[in-house]
Write a protein that binds this ligand. Structure first.
Ligand SMILES: Nc1ncnc2c1ncn2[C@@H]1O[C@H](COP(=O)(O)OP(=O)(O)OP(=O)(O)O)[C@@H](O)[C@H]1O
Length: 334
């Protein structure tokens, strides 16, 4: 278990981590999300005692990191895959870690097998691809067979097979009752891997909840309708007092609508439908919705021709700051 209580880190005027209080529990994969610069790496570094908090406290199974004897047997971490002495082989890198933590040499061979690097164990780390370096970093985290594992962007550089492998690994570690805390920017991957989410923005806690609850609370559910009789359907919906939003590819979207109600309305007016489907936002959309106002670094490549609420489904970038939660649906006149 990792427990943060009021954890705070300032760099001069900059508050990188702002009064964070949450607990990472055993038996689940906890995803750690936040926009660039939100404070995820700083938080992880403080958990490992690599940065000193300006305020607050963080404990690993009730103790500070520096109080742990042989810390790799309590908590294994991958923070920076390239932080390896390039002149050392994978085997020697892990052997040095093992010897300084009282871990038997046989664990080096075991973890090299686990991460699929046994065949290149004697090769120098400086020749490793990013994916191989990630695997070596994961081997280092697993070396002490710890009850707690922490990974900062572990799928960075991994190919699809590698991504699938790390997902299965994290889930099996959690199933063994271990604490697994993992950050990632790959939302689709996180949606498949994590059971619980901690989301931060500008150093502050935005959410600490289950994956299902997070998506339900921050997502937009709507019914998507496609019809060749667009004007007649719009007229029928308008008369029934149902607000319609312009979706992508000419589809219509009804916020929070029930597909049964819309289907029956269309049938009563003998309007042909080509599509009638209930949709819920993905984790990525829910994440962007929650963190919209705490994104520090925006790209401004796409001019907003229509209000955000009018074309939610076709946008790929984050919404204009401060508009999402306040955006009223744009009614399409029939
Ligand atoms: N050593 C430092 N000195 C000054 N500012 C720092 C230092 N380390 C981090 N920061 C600042 O603290 C904030 C949080 O950075 P951090 O790297 O923890 O964010 P992050 O969520 O891990 O970002 P990313 O997703 O881009 O990796 C950023 O604004 C960063 O510029």
């Amino acid at each position: 278990m990792i427990e943060l209580a009021g954890l705070t880190k300032r760099y001069g005027e900059k508050v990188a981590v702002d009064d964070l209080t949450f607990t990472v529990r055993p038996g689940t994969v906890t995803g750690f999300l936040g926009p660039n610069g939100a404070g995820k790496s700083t938080t992880m570094r403080m958990i490992l005692g690599l940065d000193h908090p300006t305020g607050g406290d963080v404990r690993i199974d009730g103790r500070h990191y520096h109080e742990l004897t042989d810390p790799l047997t309590y908590i294994g971490a991958l923070l920076d895959a390239k932080a390896v002495h390039g002149g050392r082989s994978a085997y020697h890198h892990l052997l040095c870690l093992a010897q300084s933590n009282g871990i038997p040499e046989r664990r080096v061979h075991e973890v090299l097998e686990t991460v699929g690097l046994a065949a290149v164990a004697r090769k120098k780390a400086k020749g490793f691809s990013l994916g191989m370096s990630q695997r070596l970093g994961i081997a280092g985290a697993l070396l002490g067979d710890p009850r707690i594992l922490m990974f900062d962007e572990p799928v960075n550089g991994l190919d699809p097979e590698g991504i699938h492998w790390i997902r299965s690994l994290m889930q099996s570690l959690a199933a063994e009752g271990r604490t697994v805390f993992v950050s990632s920017h790959l939302m689709s991957e996180m949606a498949l891997t994590a059971d619980h989410l901690v989301v931060i923005g500008q150093g502050r806690l935005l959410a600490d909840t289950s994956m299902a609850d997070f998506i339900a609370r921050n997502s937009r559910s709507h019914v998507r309708v496609r019809t060749p009789d667009r004007e007649r359907l719009l007229d029928a919906l308008h008369r029934a007092g149902i607000q319609v939003v312009q979706g992508g590819d000419g589809a219509l979207e009804v916020d929070g609508g029930r597909s049964e109600e819309i289907g029956e309305l269309a049938a009563r007016h003998q309007v042909v439908l080509h599509e009638l489907s209930s949709r819920q936002s993905s984790l990525e959309e829910a994440f962007m919705r929650l963190t919209a106002s705490s994104v520090e670094y925006h790209a401004h490549a796409e001019p907003a021709e229509r209000p955000w609420g009018a074309d939610w489904s076709t946008r790929t970038g984050p919404p204009p700051e401060g508009t999402v939660r306040d955006a009223a649906p744009t009614t399409v006149e029939g």
